[in-house]
Design a protein around this ligand. Structure first.
Ligand SMILES: *Cc1c(COP(=O)(O)O)cnc(C)c1O
Length: 408
């Protein structure tokens, strides 16, 4: 390829031998780990209790409080939380679960794990969250659950979803892997006003991390108890204490559960992260405002929005390229940013494009035009609480440089 930059006023592209926008590579996300995380992890290490224990329950209490939910069960991933939620809801072979293709594979893998049929519907163009009108068209007598995905940290349209699901006895399971700290009209993601069960992720790149980890929150006593039971072999409630001074050797297995519990070593990281969570979310919001101002007037780039009344968690900052104004595609744009030392990613490759789901689901390309169009334009830019203003300015400068070099 031999691109011809159209704006000679700009410095030459790094890919053409020019100086990169930054001297050092800026990753898309760097976990914010400080002295407090080290302190609490060392305390856990020295405590003699390194599996599930007091720190894990402290993390659960704090997550439930933030989500304004009655119960939180902390587990070792959001995937595990989603899987156990479907199990606890009694979803099985012959049932249908509606969700979107614009998500991570785990959302649909767990539906396959319980042998239910995933029914995918397209997303809304502005938020890339599940489109309630398409949910309505996809509901059948077999529909048991709708899995909403609060894409990038933007809450789905729960008022519209609940108007469809509640009268029909269909439950909402929220994949809130991106959305700890988000709210819809003042109702926190995780609250029973939005979903029956909500799954959070504490994976390394997420806006709160324990390295690996997750939680299921709910107001439903029976679902919470079932999720808790299934997360640790199907052992009854306090079996985790059986090696401690207050524990008993006796336990009973009441179901063939899984091994999805979290270690206190990791929970300690989460407890430390939560102490700073409000400040770190505020920093994300500042950086997003800086990006929005920095991209103003750059007509090759569409920035993500928050609808009125929504508190966005800003886990991700996905821009959309205006491809009809550019001479290059999204893949090439990412390569150019990489040469400028800016790390990016794509959220998401629509699930029906993956070899496995092509076979298991059988949706042809073209079935979900909104998600497919979003994918072709999508670039997720760096966003993390430890980013400096200078880092954000470098990202803005690099995107503008590449956009103007390849402007049609
Ligand atoms: C990260 C992610 C998950 C999986 O989270 P884990 O904690 O890694 O299991 C699920 N859904 C979405 C939308 C995600 O981005």
């Amino acid at each position: 390829m031999n691109p011809t930059p159209t704006d000679g006023a700009h410095s030459p592209l790094a890919s053409q031998g020019g100086t990169p926008t930054r001297a050092q590579f800026l990753p898309i996300a760097v976990p914010d780990i400080g002295a407090r995380e080290r302190e609490l992890v060392m305390q856990a290490l020295d405590s003699g209790w390194i599996t599930t224990g007091p720190r894990t329950f402290e993390l659960a209490t704090e997550i439930a409080r933030r989500a304004t939910a009655k119960h939180a069960v902390v587990v070792n991933s959001a995937t595990g939380a989603l899987h156990l939620a479907l199990e606890a809801m009694g979803v099985h072979e012959g049932d249908e679960v509606i969700t979107t293709p614009y998500t991570f594979a785990a959302t649909v893998n767990v539906i396959e794990h319980v042998r239910a049929r995933p029914v995918l519907v397209d997303v809304e163009p502005d938020t890339l969250c599940i489109d309630p009108r398409r949910v309505e068209a996809a509901i059948s007598p077999r529909t048991k659950v709708v899995i909403s995905v609060d894409y990038a940290g933007h809450p789905c349209d729960y008022d519209a979803l609940r108007a469809l699901t509640v009268p029909r006895g269909i439950r909402i399971l929220d994949d809130a892997a991106h959305a700890l700290g988000a709210a819809s009209h003042g109702r926190p993601v995780g609250s029973a006003a939005l979903a029956d069960v909500t799954a959070f992720s504490f994976y390394a790149t997420k806006n709160l991390t324990t390295g690996e980890g997750g939680a299921a929150v709910t107001d439903d006593d029976a679902l919470a108890e079932r999720i808790r039971l299934l997360s640790l072999h199907g052992m009854n409630r306090d079996a985790w204490k059986r090696y401690g001074a207050t524990g008993s050797w006796f336990y009973e297995i009441t179901a063939p559960g899984w091994k999805y519990n979290l270690s206190d070593l990791l929970a300690a990281i989460g407890v430390a992260q939560l102490e700073r969570f409000d400040a770190s979310q505020a920093r994300r919001h500042e950086l997003v405002a800086r990006y929005a101002a920095g991209f103003a007037g750059c007509d090759a780039v569409r920035v993500p929005i928050a609808r009125a009344g929504m508190t966005h968690a800003w886990h991700l900052y996905p821009i959309a390229l205006e491809l009809d104004r550019l001479t290059i595609d999204r893949g090439r744009f990412i390569e150019e940013l990489r040469a400028e030392n800016i790390g990016t990613s794509v959220h998401f490759i629509p699930l029906h494009f993956h070899p496995h789901f092509r076979t298991s689901l059988g949706y042809a390309e073209g079935t979900f035009p909104v998600a497919e169009d979003a994918y072709r334009r999508a670039i997720t830019l760096p966003l993390f609480a430890g980013m400096t203003d200078r880092d954000a300015d470098d990202v803005i400068a690099a995107v503008r440089k590449v956009a103007s070099a390849f402007r049609k």
